[in-house]
Ligand binder design. Structure first.
Ligand SMILES: [Zn+2]
Length: 110
């Protein structure tokens, strides 16, 4: 089992690579009061490694929703669906914005 500890250099690499936005919801860490954190895409308990190719930058909301899970059951089809992997998948093939509201005050607050 890989050591789950993520050293400072690796944390900086992952944050910089993601341009300081959550790789799941694409919200910038400056727009999250709780910021973002480095997430194991495949958790250590499921055999994931603490290496750059298995780490992503995630806001607390996404990280808590995902937890250590690898996927979920589609309640409509009963099919097991694996979660989005920012290292392997394209965001636009997994998600879409519907009725998104852009709040200009967030930009003015920078
Ligand atoms: Zn997020």
């Amino acid at each position: 089992m890989s050591n789950p500890y993520i050293n400072v250099e690796l944390r900086r690499l992952v944050a910089h690579r993601a341009d300081y936005i959550c790789e799941y919801c694409l919200v910038s860490e400056v727009n999250r009061s709780s910021g973002c954190q480095v997430d194991h895409i495949i958790s250590v308990k499921h055999g994931g490694s603490t290496t750059a190719d298995n780490l992503c930058y995630a806001c607390i909301f996404c990280n808590l929703q995902k937890g250590s899970d690898l996927g979920s059951i589609n309640w409509q089809t009963g099919e097991l669906v694996r979660f989005f992997n920012p290292r392997r998948d394209f965001w636009g093939e997994h998600f879409q914005l519907i009725d998104a509201v852009f709040n200009q005050s967030q930009i003015l607050a920078k």
